[in-house]
Design a protein around this ligand. Structure first.
Ligand SMILES: Cc1cc2nc3c(=O)[nH]c(=O)nc-3n(C[C@H](O)[C@H](O)[C@H](O)COP(=O)(O)OP(=O)(O)OC[C@H]3O[C@@H](n4cnc5c(N)ncnc54)[C@H](O)[C@@H]3O)c2cc1C
Length: 414
């Protein structure tokens, strides 16, 4: 395939936006057009509805959409995680059935991975799947499930063989969230929002045909999803537009223009250009633009932002230099970048940084302050990322633990 240049991609995208965006267009229609053009996720392979473009060209499309003041693609965990995982491991039927509604935003997805006793030790999960004819019956509990309350579908991992070693008896399912066996209870965070939830599965059903990647092959598929998650969180994390995808979220038939510039459900998880501009604005307004401590704090945020940009660029552009842990490194680095931006803002805001929901710049940093403990935890905690970097990239010895072939049934449970 001959690839266009970045300049050509930008020119084509601008012309396409001029032809397709109207102030009255609904979210549903706009996302349908983005999907049909391949612009919802240009990095996905062509057979899955993308353009098969490398990351830098895909990023050029997204940057052009953002600069043009139009609504971005549907976002959320469907586009970030489910679509690329299904494109990698799915049968042609699964790709056909599930990826398109993610790209056009008509289906919202969540990720049923973490459990009360299985977060960092995800392979220790205890949710069970038992075969019943052409279906599997699921029993267990998941937790911290972002956007479960509006999701139509979920990526679910469950234990299908307790006699196999823990990484080998797991199967990955694509499960319908709207059914009697699934109960979702929102958990309110200190930001005031309830992005994540507890999910109780009690006799929930999923067809055998919805196994992704093979029976008992779920750990391999899970690692594909986790790889996309780390890389997505590390390289920007801007995976949520203000409009939520899916038939249950209620945004599809609203005007797309009403969401442009509005706050999404997660706004404090990454450092962007707007944070840098806002910090400079705060420094000017408070008359502290020449204060060496303030200048140093802003310079550090600027440096972090640039380093993250270059890390992303390297991961996308220089495949021969990849170590395999780019996503882990970016994920850890992003956590400290968010903390540095939070601290710089609070240095300038003083007590105002503790006010609740003030508008504009102060409000943006208040939310970042309250959300900032999350990035070091989600997508696998920073400590666990460091373990992975140590073992896989630096060749350090593995953490001690039971022999890898011990059946799950015989392992001590948390
Ligand atoms: C905002 C947010 C959204 C989330 N969304 C989702 C979602 O949509 N779906 C989903 O499935 N999950 C989600 N999660 C869950 C997230 O993936 C887990 O919280 C994370 O993997 C950590 O697991 P845990 O909370 O069980 O902590 P634990 O695993 O109990 O860890 C507790 C502490 O011990 C440390 N620790 C544990 N093991 C080791 C080790 N081997 N070496 C060194 N330190 C260790 C950890 O770093 C951590 O500091 C979300 C979390 C947050 C905060």
């Amino acid at each position: 395939m001959t690839l266009p240049s970045k300049q050509e991609v930008q020119t084509q995208a601008e012309a396409w936006i001029a032809e397709n965006w109207t102030p009255e267009i609904t979210v549903r229609e706009w996302w349908a057009r983005l999907a049909a053009a391949g612009y919802a996720s240009p990095a996905l392979p062509v057979h899955a509805g993308g353009l098969g473009w490398p990351g830098d060209l895909a990023a050029t499309v997204l940057a052009t959409l953002a600069r043009s003041n139009v609504l971005g693609p549907p976002g959320g965990l469907g586009l970030l995680l489910a679509a690329p995982t299904i494109a990698t491991h799915g049968t042609p039927e699964q790709v056909q059935q599930y990826v398109r509604p993610i790209l056009d935003g008509t289906a919202g997805w969540c990720q049923l991975f973490s459990e009360p006793q299985a977060g960092s030790d995800l392979a220790g999960l205890q949710t069970r799947a038992e075969r019943d004819g052409d279906e599997w019956v699921i029993t267990g509990q998941k937790v911290w499930t972002s956007t479960a309350q509006t999701a139509d579908m979920a990526m679910l991992i469950a234990r299908t063989d307790a006699d196999a070693p823990k990484h080998k008896g797991i199967t990955y399912f694509l499960i319908d969230m709207v059914q009697p066996g699934i109960e979702v209870r929102p958990l309110r965070e200190m930001t005031g929002r309830a992005v994540f939830n507890e999910v109780f599965l009690d006799g929930a059903r999923v067809p055998h045909a919805n196994i992704l990647g093979g029976f008992n092959e779920g750990w391999k598929v899970t690692n594909t999803t986790l790889g996309f998650e780390r890389a997505g969180v590390g390289h920007g994390g801007a995976t949520f537009t203000a409009a939520l995808p899916g038939s249950r979220a209620g945004d599809l038939d609203k005007a797309a223009a009403s969401f442009v510039g509005a706050k999404g459900p997660i706004t404090g998880g990454a450092v962007g250009r707007r944070h840098l501009h806002a910090l400079t604005e705060l420094a000017r307004k408070s008359g502290r633009v020449n204060d060496p401590l303030v200048r140093q704090a802003i310079a550090r945020v600027h440096t972090d932002y640039e380093i993250l940009r270059f890390m992303g660029w390297k991961a996308k552009m220089l495949p021969h230099q990849r170590t395999g842990v780019e996503g882990n490194l970016a994920k850890v680095f992003n956590s400290s970048a968010v903390a540095n931006a939070r601290d710089a803002a609070n240095l300038l805001l003083g007590p105002e940084g503790q006010l609740w929901e003030s508008d504009g710049v102060a409000g943006m940093f208040q939310e970042m302050t309250l959300f900032s403990p999350a990035p070091p935890i989600y997508a696998g905690s920073d400590q666990v990322q460091r373990n992975v970097i140590g073992e896989r990239a630096l060749g350090l010895p593995k953490e001690p633990g039971p022999a890898a072939d011990t059946p799950f049934r015989e392992l001590p449970k948390n």
